[in-house]
Design a protein around this ligand. Structure first.
Ligand code: ZN
Length: 394
């Protein structure tokens, strides 16, 4: 895959936006794939953010994401576009999970992947396994709340929690390139933006651990401990030069969408700017315009529309247009948020490339841009912003 850039747009007047078609993307937020062949019923739950079967007599293929999948994915399995879902799934099974994963991942044209390992880690491939399938570097991003839950499962006390959590997070981040929070899934963003006191943390940990032991399930949902996790993570991020990703907006029913507007995080974003920690807002739909505004006014805020292009399919160009309305080009990133099924790596890449080129072509046609500036914009969003804000990948 060529990523060569030409010195002048005069030499290649039409090449600017078309760089989007060939540049190696850095997917800065994605997950592992299911390694084995997936049955249709399971596959359908994985192409819906509901994570459950479609209502009786219907299929998740009859949604923008399913239609888009049928439009672009069958040729990679040697089938015609819009073949019947039955034929698609039969061919998928015939080829087998490893071959399907390899085909879609390689066709995504990625340069490297930054993988969130904090969700259903036992069901999906690890970063080294993802590297094996794709042939490209795969780095780990550590989920703050998942580490707190691990510490609780291993066994600690209210008094011992803070030290055990800090030590474990520090150890887990030694090789990682970033941190991630799912605060958006655990009550949302209307939080007290200040760190809790040591006494508050000890008391909250005692209550939370006891509740976990009684129910047999340690789910990090205590507001005091969530804030504590964000501040311990922030201190680690500051000292190591790591950014912190936040899940924002579009997600499964475990979140409360009205509490996922990232502008609710403004005071915390300001506090992170004060200590020099970069914040990356992931997905953001339908708050991607709010995220663009935050990226404009906070020097430390970045955002993406990961996975949203997959789910909006034929209309995804409009979402990218909206994401490009206001935010500096230096503040937008590329991600797929692909999880489990390899099609999502490929679809988001393809939709992003196609629509970014189209939008920049339109800007050039209307005199708002030229080929050289278009190439710079493609490079910033595809790779350069990620390289600037994450620690060195070497
Ligand atoms: Zn994700």
């Amino acid at each position: 895959m060529s990523t060569a850039i030409q010195p002048t747009d005069a030499a290649r007047p039409s090449e600017g936006p078309s760089l989007a078609a060939e540049i190696g993307l850095i997917d800065h937020h994605c997950h592992g794939l299911v390694p084995q062949t997936v049955e249709r019923a399971v596959f359908e739950t994985m192409i819906s953010e509901s994570f459950v079967a479609a209502p009786k007599g219907t299929t998740h293929f009859d949604a923008p994401v399913g239609l888009s999948l049928r439009a672009v994915c069958p040729p990679l399995l040697d089938l015609d576009p819009f073949c019947a879902p039955e034929d698609y799934m039969a061919r998928r099974a015939e080829l087998g999970g490893p071959e399907v994963n390899r085909r879609f991942l390689q066709a995504a044209g990625l340069e490297r992947m930054l993988i969130d390992t904090g969700f259903r880690g036992d069901d999906i491939m690890t970063p080294p396994q993802m590297h094996e399938v794709s042939g490209i570097p795969a780095h780990e991003v550590v989920r703050i709340e998942a580490v707190a839950e691990e510490v609780a499962r291993r066994g600690t006390s209210g008094e011992g929690f803070a030290a055990a959590f800090a030590a474990e997070l520090e150890a887990r981040c030694r090789e990682a390139v970033g941190l991630k929070s799912i605060l958006g899934y655990r009550g949302g963003f209307a939080i007290d933006p200040t760190p809790p006191s040591a006494t508050e943390v000890t008391e909250a940990a005692g209550r939370w651990l006891a509740r976990g032991e009684a129910s047999g399930r340690h789910r990090m949902d205590d507001p005091v401990l969530l804030r504590h996790g964000l501040w311990v993570g922030a201190e680690l991020a500051r000292s190591r030069g790591l950014p912190i990703q936040f899940h924002v907006g579009f997600g499964d029913r475990d979140l409360r969408l009205h509490l996922n507007d990232p502008t609710l995080l403004s005071d915390y974003l300001q506090a992170m700017d004060d200590i020099g920690v970069d914040i990356l807002l992931l997905h953001c739909y339908p708050f991607h315009r709010n995220a663009g505004y935050l990226a404009e006014v906070f020097p430390n805020v970045y955002f993406d529309i990961g996975v949203v292009m997959n789910y909006t399919g034929a209309m995804s160009g409009r979402i990218l247009e909206e994401a490009l309305e206001l935010a500096p080009f230096t503040k937008q990133l590329y991600s797929s948020d692909a999880f489990g099924v390899a099609e999502f790596y490929y679809m988001q890449s393809r939709l992003f490339r196609q629509h970014l080129a189209r939008i920049l072509d339109d800007w050039i046609a209307r005199g708002h841009c030229n080929a050289r500036e278009a190439e710079r914009i493609v490079r910033m969003i595809a790779t350069d912003n990620v390289r600037r804000i994450y620690p060195s990948f070497d």
